[in-house]
Design a protein around this ligand. Sequence first.
Ligand code: R5P
Length: 297
Amino acid sequence: MLITSCGNSIKLAQELAKKLKAKYTPLSISAFPDGDIYLKFNAPLKGKTVVIVESLFPHSQISLLRIIFAAETAKDLGAKKVILIAPYLAYMRQDKRFHPGEAISSKIMAKLLDKAVDKIITIDPHVHRYKRLQDLFHIQAVRLTSNHLIADYVKKNFKEKGKNAVLLGPDWESSQWAARIAEEVGFASTILEKTRHSSRHVSVRLVKTVPLQGKEVVIIDDIISTGKTIAEAAKLVRRLGAKKVTAIGVHGLFVENALPKLKKAGVDKIVTTNCIEHPTNGIDVVTLLAKELGKER
Ligand code: R5P
């Protein structure tokens, strides 16, 4: 087995290789003067299982194209199997034609990857209108969850320190994290009702009332992109008396100055998994990935 990355997840790929005692091989990737991709493997691939570890952020378009180039080249060079580990899978949120004429991005992305790789492994993908990865992909598609890792983080940083907290999901989809993790930890939980007015404007309201006065609140969501969702949730719980707010995101994208916006909205601490490399990383997914990839040996 040979592990590599197209640039976004080099650290994760190296850590995974170390954990599995597999070979990490760097790819040479650059651009021709006109911008065309140049890509080169630096190890023999014949008969090998090639694992590409690549979160599709930042630069989801370039990243997707690099994955396709790398996978096609690996097959061309005789690789026996090409596995893509995309801890963060982009393009999943546009999973329907919201307005006439729109591209359904998740379907197109899946079609492209179906052709390029033999198997995909991802962590907490944004499945909403498509309920299962199998509804999108025709190749073997494995959906892992970081729930237990987040639960461990909450146990260690709250429960074991004698602190109680209310876990909150900012929309009904996030109950698959907030409610399940709360159950595992033994904390109370609630979800908000979110209305998305545009890609940059959301509003939230509390539907199931839980006492928040003087409480620590942990907001959990899959993606933190512009930070708008978490910011609105944080403002609401602050108005309801929460004394401290922590935000946990599986995938921290933090676009358009999200971090200062979140601080301003009353978020005291932000923690993410290392699905996407970021200074807020505090929850490690390497063991989760290693356990799954270990099945391939
Ligand atoms: C969408 O439903 C997701 O679960 C997240 O809530 C959303 O992607 C967050 O985006 P933003 O940070 O831009 O509000």
